[in-house]
Design a protein around this ligand. Structure first.
Ligand code: N01
Length: 473
């Protein structure tokens, strides 16, 4: 958003970030094995390509370095306020601006864009006795690199995208590893490969070759979404068969295989990609525990049936508190309307990024604009261009405020509801962070990226209430 603003001549901008460095998820998640599930060439910003990605799926250090390098490349440093946490924001109707509270003092802004994301407040499990554990205890997103794992008995709770990267990375190092699984994930092959110097040189010299690769990676994933990842279809069955084959090929023991067979439809939870997760579970020093946890004790974990696993280190790979993430920062719109309350029973936004009653406020990656099948950066870019069009219009027409018209918002949300009904999240028989307490998908876009890009190509001003400035700005 900041780069595209600068490129469009909007340079009176400040990026406020609570961490001490840029990178967001790629700054914070440094656990062993952390990498992206989307090929690096496809995951990079479309307007900031990188020819020399070292592998098909880049690791966290390489992605974090890419994001830091963008600060240099696009001259962002003077627009950054790092180590500054936004603690609240209130719309000032009389002055048509946002009064933003931070832990380093107040700010004012005509337009407020949230890039806060939803996956950064750890979800700590409500397991009795958790806090009594005597050894090191930490969440994957706050990995304690000061804790040596060699020769230790480690426990990992959870089997989501984070856990299946951590387990193969630490299994060779620890003495014993107990993985506590509540629900097995669907896992498909990853086929990660290094990209050698000759390919990197080719991508540097011939940008069309890089673009071709990126397009192929994009359309492969779009086809999956169109055909199978959002609805139960023939492709769902094909993908499930491929995943079962992967399981059979990698796990010989029928007992272990049975424990790893998901009891719900593929696509309902995030589909995981890994070539080394199942093999890690066959190591003699790794135990897959599928009984329920009764309690954590000072020296380990006790199961419902009374068995006890003595442990030195406990890792929580239990995911993030998604629904509460934006609600943690009170955003107060017109007439004291609080964002978390405006959402009431349903977290939703007009086109996934704006809300009636909240003028000049946009959310990147807001409700129902996440993806399970393709690069989420493509969704963010579609939103960034849409917000830019709004900013340009505000400038051209001397507007004080812009916000969705309630009727247009209601129409959009009714259409979204139709798309969601009958989708895999409603019918797949699972629960995940994609869903709210009532089981409704509030996180993912229920369609292809192309469909969203088309819907977001340019704003239809009839969908908005445009308030002119009192005197030309
Ligand atoms: O979190 P998750 P994550 N007792 O919520 C289990 C992105 N990401 O950090 O399935 C026992 O997926 C829970 O069990 P269950 C990506 O979008 C991307 O792994 O609820 N277990 C589940 O197994 C991803 O979707 C990448 O039954 C408990 C696990 O903890 C998102 O981040 C890498 C429990 C949580 O899984 C979140 O992934 C990493 C309890 N009380 C993350 N509570 C890549 O791109 C929870 N669990 C590669």
């Amino acid at each position: 958003m900041a780069i595209r603003c600068l490129q469009s001549g909007i340079d009176d901008l400040l990026v406020v970030e609570k961490a001490e460095a840029v990178g967001g998820t790629w700054h914070e998640n440094t656990y062993p094995g952390a990498a992206c599930d989307i090929p690096a060439h496809l995951y990079a910003l479309s307007f900031a390509p990188k020819a020399d990605w070292s592998r098909t799926y880049a690791g966290q250090p390489e992605i974090a370095a890419y994001l830091r390098e963008l600060v240099e490349r696009f001259g962002l440093a003077r627009h950054l306020s790092l180590s500054t946490a936004v603690t609240g924001a209130v719309w000032d109707e009389a002055r048509s601006l946002w009064r933003v509270e931070t832990d380093r003092g107040p700010l004012e802004a005509r337009v407020l864009v949230s890039g806060m994301g939803a996956l950064h407040h750890p979800a700590l499990p409500a397991i009795p006795g958790l806090q009594t554990f005597r050894g090191p205890l930490f969440h994957t997103s706050a990995w304690d690199h000061g804790v040596p794992l060699r020769g230790k008995r480690a426990g990992v709770i959870g089997t989501g995208a984070s856990a299946i990267q951590v387990v193969p990375a630490i299994a060779p190092e620890v003495e014993q590893l107990v993985l506590f699984q509540r629900t097995p994930p669907w896992v498909i092959p990853r086929n990660d490969r290094p990209i050698g110097p000759r390919m990197q040189a080719l991508f540097r010299r011939l940008p069309a070759a890089r673009r071709l690769l990126r397009a192929a990676q994009f359309w492969l994933r779009e086809a999956q979404a169109a055909l199978g990842f959002t609805r139960v279809s023939g492709l769902t069955r094909l993908a499930e068969a491929a995943s079962r084959r992967h399981l059979r090929q990698q796990i010989a023991d029928p007992g272990l295989r049975a424990k790893l067979a998901p009891p719900y439809r593929l696509g309902c939870k995030r589909v995981l990609i890994s070539d080394d997760y199942y093999p890690a579970l066959t190591r003699p020093n790794v135990t897959l525990e599928t009984g329920g946890i009764r309690t954590v004790t000072p020296d380990g974990v006790t199961m419902q049936d009374g068995r006890h696993h003595p442990l030195d280190v406990l890792v929580l790979a239990t995911g993030f508190d998604v629904t509460a993430s934006l609600a943690r920062v009170p955003v107060v719109g017109r007439d004291g309307l609080i964002l978390a309350r405006a959402w009431g029973e349903r977290v939703a936004a007009h086109r996934g990024l704006a809300l009636a009653g909240f003028p000049n406020f946009f959310m990147l990656l807001g409700p129902n604009t996440g993806l399970g099948h393709n690069s989420v950066v493509l969704m963010i870019e579609a939103q960034v261009e849409y917000v830019l069009a709004c900013l340009t219009e505000m400038r051209a027409r001397h507007l004080a405020a812009i916000e969705p018209a309630p009727e247009a918002q209601a129409r959009y949300l009714a259409e979204l509801e139709t798309r969601l009904s009958g989708s895999i999240w409603q019918q797949g028989g699972c629960a995940s962070w994609y869903q709210d307490a009532s089981g409704r998908n509030i996180a993912l876009w229920p369609g292809t990226v192309v469909a969203y890009q088309r819907a977001m190509r340019r704003p239809d001003w009839a969908e908005f209430v445009l308030t002119p400035a009192r005197s030309p700005a």
